[in-house]
Design a protein around this ligand. Structure first.
Ligand code: TXA
Ligand code: MG
Length: 338
């Protein structure tokens, strides 16, 4: 793990050019990057992560003129989103060109492209001289890393270099938006919210699986929907409803739990849980605080040996939808209405 500076980024770029895998900061979460056009290098990402081969990777660029070589078409709605939100926490699903190896796209005819805003990510891509394929830099099934120390926990000894750029500003992975068919479809909510997409592109749909699990036999529109990502070791239950009723339900579940229980609460409700073990997600009026804190808290609770998590739901609007999607998946969508 090295502090990201001109010298270390140059060295990381040399690793990428040599077909190696390095971890680097972005504004969303840390990424595990390799040359996107080198199939062998990309295979190393799957090995380091322990990732299933049918889950495709996002290709990162640092200039709009890299786009043409990677995709066959950029529809009108995609251009509007690009103008509004790139560089930034948004991935667009577009029809891919043949130069993108199958291992990147998991055999799909489309590819996810993102232009990150983080200066270290941009400098790394520019110095590498190639687009960089990168999933989140966690071992498969663990919460995404929002600090270099999280990457170290998961990747120590598996990759030659981790660039430390401090904590990630957004704290949740990018919004994944399918723009291949007219109205943009949000496949994974993130920092670019459905409300923002609708305003920029004139319309939006949110895939129903953002807030419910796939049924047996259903095909995922985005392969990542199939997997229980963001999984803490603890069993997690989310409570939704009027704040008083939610607090009451959580207190009684907690008090009846055998041991190792913890509460994930909005800051304004923390005092109501008295001496119970509570972790604050931040203020209910600033869902960005919860976005920034969630993955760090899930890792902390794992490290403390928490076995049961009782969590307050957030209002699923704006970035609150992204937080609820990650919490829902961490809980296997075990959500109780009180
Ligand atoms: O913020 C982010 O997006 C981070 C940073 C490093 O950029 N990356 C990230 O990658 O979260 P990953 O691999 O953990 O998540 C990529 C998601 C997966 O759910 C995958 O299934 C979906 O994007 N995806 C990738 N390509 C796709 C495609 N062609 N069609 C539909 N979904 C796709
Ligand atoms: Mg991931």
């Amino acid at each position: 793990m090295v502090k990201a500076d001109t010298q270390s980024v140059a060295q990381a770029a040399a690793y990428i050019r040599a077909g190696e895998v390095v971890a680097f900061p972005t504004e969303t979460v840390y990424g595990l990057g390799a040359d996107a056009l080198n199939a062998q290098a990309v295979h190393r990402i799957f090995e380091a992560k322990g990732r299933p081969a049918d889950n495709p990777l996002i290709v990162h660029i640092a200039a709009l003129d890299q786009l043409d070589a990677l995709v066959t078409d950029v529809p009108e709605a995609a251009w509007r989103l690009i103008e509004a939100f790139w560089p930034g926490p948004m991935t667009l699903i577009l029809p891919k060109r043949d130069c993108i190896p199958d291992v990147v796209s998991a055999g799909l005819s489309t590819v996810g492209i993102r232009f990150p805003s983080h200066p270290v990510a941009q400098e790394l891509i520019r110095r590498s001289g190639c687009p960089i394929a990168a999933p989140s830099a966690n071992r498969s099934g663990r919460p995404s890393p929002t600090r270099a120390s999280h990457v170290l926990e998961d990747m120590q000894g598996r990759i030659p270099m981790i660039l430390d750029g401090g904590p990630c500003a957004v704290g949740l992975e990018s919004s994944v938006i399918d723009v291949t068919g007219g109205t943009p479809v949000v496949l994974r909510p993130g920092g670019v919210t459905p409300e923002m997409v609708a305003r920029a592109a004139g319309g939006v749909r949110v895939d129903e699986h953002v807030m419910k699990p796939l049924e047996a036999g259903e095909t995922a529109r985005s392969p990542g929907m199939k997997y229980r990502h963001y999984a803490p070791k603890a069993e997690m239950t989310i409570f939704t409803g009027a704040p008083d009723a939610v607090s009451r339900a959580i207190r009684s579940r907690y008090d009846a739990a055998p041991r190792g229980a913890a509460i994930l609460s909005l800051e304004e409700h923390v005092a109501g849980y008295g001496a119970r073990r509570v972790f604050s997600l931040g203020s209910l009026s600033h869902a960005q605080e919860a976005a920034g804190a969630l993955f760090d808290l899930l890792r902390e609770m794992d490290a403390l040996g928490v076995e049961r998590i009782y969590a307050e739901a957030l209002d699923p609007h704006g970035i609150g939808l992204a937080v609820m999607n990650r919490m829902g998946r961490a809980a296997g969508f075990h959500i109780i209405e009180v």
